[in-house]
Design a protein around this ligand. Structure first.
Ligand code: NDP
Length: 288
């Protein structure tokens, strides 16, 4: 659409993002700290800048896909003067607090700022199934959504620049805990000589069916009443047998013991008759 865009950082992800922009017909300037990473993109039609400053001055829109928060500060910090009046979309993974810190720095420097969290691996960029979460300047999101949609399905969550990162971490956190639960189950079955492949065949449809419970839990949590009828109670959710069985099979009970601790704190506080969703209170109020 005639938009000129500069991409800082040509690692695995930055190269995929820049490549998709070139392919979509955007005039794309690229820069990478170490030499050689731009060659393939230049062959496809990108222009290489000799420095980050040159890349920033070339375009009104600057994409940062660097390693972490510190590398973004290191590259963009000294260029605040050049960036004033321009737009930065930072898709480097950062914590919510770091995204807010960058947004505050951008606001002070007169830079329009949008933060992004990439829910995809590089090979998924530009393919169906990829998703990128954004927060920060809604104006920037609206103005550039056509460009952002070249990479992935784009979702915007609000002016608080930390929100995209928070959603990103929330989604990944729930995924990792589910995966750890799968590994625990696989280890228990392995103790009886059952392959992980056999367990995966059972676990995938089981876990898929169980995701049907999430909306019901959400309704209880959002309603704020854990005594709503029809729920599995915390007392019924005593996971002591799972822990004993793990020990008897000589595998670690850690993943399930973690859940049991969250249950136990609520039971100890006198909420045993209430629903399982109440374990979120153990998480919202960390043990001293
Ligand atoms: P890579 O390790 O492949 O690339 C890192 C990039 O950051 C390189 O271009 C590197 O430059 C540059 N860099 C690192 N430190 C500095 C610095 N101090 N100054 C300047 N440039 C620096 O990582 P990815 O491309 O895979 O990831 C980039 C970002 O995207 C990360 O925040 C990552 O979390 C995120 N992401 C990646 C995903 C993936 O599957 N790869 C998935 C979702 C998010 P040099 O070549 O000179 O070392």
């Amino acid at each position: 659409d005639g938009t000129q865009v500069s991409v800082l950082g040509l690692g695995a992800m930055g190269s995929a993002l820049a490549g998709a922009l070139v392919k979509a017909g955007f005039a794309t300037v690229v820069w990478n700290r170490s030499a050689g990473k731009a060659d393939a993109l230049v062959a496809q039609g990108a222009t290489e800048a000799a420095s980050a400053g040159e890349a920033v001055r070339a375009s009104g829109l600057v994409i940062a896909c660097l390693f972490d928060h510190d590398s973004v500060r290191e590259v963009l910090g000294p260029l605040a003067g050049d960036l004033a009046g321009r737009t930065v979309i930072n898709v480097t993974t950062t914590k919510p607090r770091q995204a807010r810190e960058l947004a505050a720095w951008a606001a002070e420097s007169g830079i329009a700022y949008l933060d992004g969290g990439i829910m995809a691996v590089p090979s998924m960029i530009g393919q169906p199934g990829a998703s990128i979460l954004y927060s920060g300047s809604q104006e920037v999101f609206r103005e550039h959504v056509a460009l952002l949609d070249v990479w992935a399905a784009s979702s915007y969550f609000g002016e608080d620049a930390g929100l995209a990162s928070l959603y990103d971490f929330a989604l990944l956190s729930s995924m990792y805990v589910m995966f750890a639960g799968f590994m625990h189950g696989a280890a228990m079955l392995a103790s009886a000589g059952v392959s992980a492949g056999r367990f995966a065949e059972m676990a995938a449809p089981w876990l898929t069916a169980m995701t049907g419970e999430l909306a019901g839990y959400a309704e209880v949590i959002d309603g704020g009443d854990y005594t709503v009828a029809g729920q599995q109670s915390l007392e019924f959710s005593n996971l002591g047998l799972f822990i004993e069985a793990s020990a008897e099979q000589q595998v670690s009970a850690e993943p399930i013991a973690m859940v049991q601790r969250l249950v136990q704190r609520q039971v100890d506080a006198g909420h045993g008759a209430e629903g399982f969703a109440r374990i979120i209170e153990s998480i919202k109020h960390p043990a001293a």
